[in-house]
Write a protein of this length. Structure first.
Length: 60
């Protein structure tokens, strides 16, 4: 829980500081969400599908 709070504080600080350097934080947030849904989430889903098949095979 402590790490989660620290992560939110860091992200909030970046959200406040980056516009001073001319970086559009809304643009970056949208691209990070798009990138994670394209590349990270499919691997997570694949991992859980493989675990499901292993559990189903052990049950037979």
């Amino acid at each position: 829980m402590k790490n989660l709070i620290i992560a939110f504080i860091v992200l909030f600080a970046l959200w406040l500081i980056l516009p001073f350097f001319g970086i559009n934080t809304s643009f970056i947030i949208l691209h990070v969400i798009e990138w994670s849904t394209k590349f990270i989430f499919p691997w997570i889903i694949l991992y859980w599908i493989i675990r499901l098949f292993k559990v189903l095979e052990k049950g037979k």
